[in-house]
Design a protein around this ligand. Structure first.
Ligand SMILES: Nc1ncnc2c1ncn2[C@@H]1O[C@H](COP(=O)(O)OP(=O)(O)OP(=O)(O)O)[C@@H](O)[C@H]1O
Ligand SMILES: [Mg+2]
Length: 235
């Protein structure tokens, strides 16, 4: 069981898209709960459209009073619990990060500035202090171009590396298919290839992204076990 929160106080960073891409990918193999903790309820809206996999449960009506309970209850009978958070720093965001096994910090490559990246990461670092535990987190670059890597983006990546921030090896490339499946409902697989271009490339990207997240969770678990075996305490 793993709890994964998607957090970035910046609106439009790609939280909802990356949560739903991961959720639908994982749901092809196992039971997944996606907690829609955004008052604009984008994932609840998606779930009302046809084509949602039966293995994916969407839970809404989330607030400060129930977010921790809903996460814990979902974790009882789902292999993965994903939490899509709103684009502000709120108590709900803090509670969800506090509960997470992994925080994915989507950064939108197109309008990225170094300060924004730092702010998003600080949000997690503050929770680490507050809860006195390590909270594994990784940056996911979103809406990147398959071909172009701007100098600004390269510089930010170097800064993140220098600060020893984990950056996921797979990026979510800018593709109409990611936009479309959110709007039309269902999964990437169900998109009409005559209407939407690049569906298969998007699926390939989604698979690689999900595999990278699962691998990171495994690596973290192993690091915890090694740490415990050496007499330290697991996080
Ligand atoms: N990889 C992508 N390819 C194409 N469009 C994308 C991609 N990622 C995000 N988008 C689009 O960018 C916009 C913002 O993305 P999204 O809603 O996922 O961000 P968010 O961080 O959840 O925003 P908010 O803070 O408002 O909740 C949406 O219109 C979405 O469809
Ligand atoms: Mg969102």
């Amino acid at each position: 069981m793993a709890i994964i929160a998607f957090a970035n106080p910046k609106g439009g960073a790609g939280k909802t898209t990356s949560a739903l891409v991961l959720g639908t990918q994982l749901a092809a193999k196992t039971r997944v709960a996606v907690i829609d903790a955004d008052p604009n309820h984008p994932i609840t809206d998606w779930a009302k459209l046809p084509g949602k996999p039966d293995t994916l449960t969407v839970l809404g009506d989330i607030g400060e009073h129930n977010v921790v309970e809903v996460i814990d209850a979902a974790a009882e009978d789902h292999a993965f619990v994903l939490v899509d958070l709103e684009g502000t720093a709120s108590t709900v965001v803090a509670y969800a990060i506090g509960r997470a096994d992994l925080v994915i910090i989507p950064l939108q490559a197109k309008q990225l500035d170094g300060k924004q990246a730092v702010r998003a990461i600080q949000l997690v670092k503050r929770q680490e202090k507050a809860f006195r535990r390590r909270i594994p987190h990784t940056v996911l670059l979103t809406r990147t171009s398959a071909a172009i890597r701007s100098r600004g983006l390269r510089a930010i990546l170097e800064d993140l590396q220098a600060a020893e921030v984990n950056v996921l090896g797979v990026e979510l490339i800018e593709r109409g298919a990611f936009d479309a499946f959110l709007a039309y409902g269902g999964t990437l697989d169900q998109l009409d290839r005559k209407e939407v271009s690049g569906v298969d490339k998007a699926i390939e990207n989604a698979r690689a992204y999900a595999a990278a997240v699962v691998q990171l969770l495994r690596d973290n678990e192993r690091a915890d076990q090694d740490h415990a075996a050496q007499g330290g305490q697991a996080r």
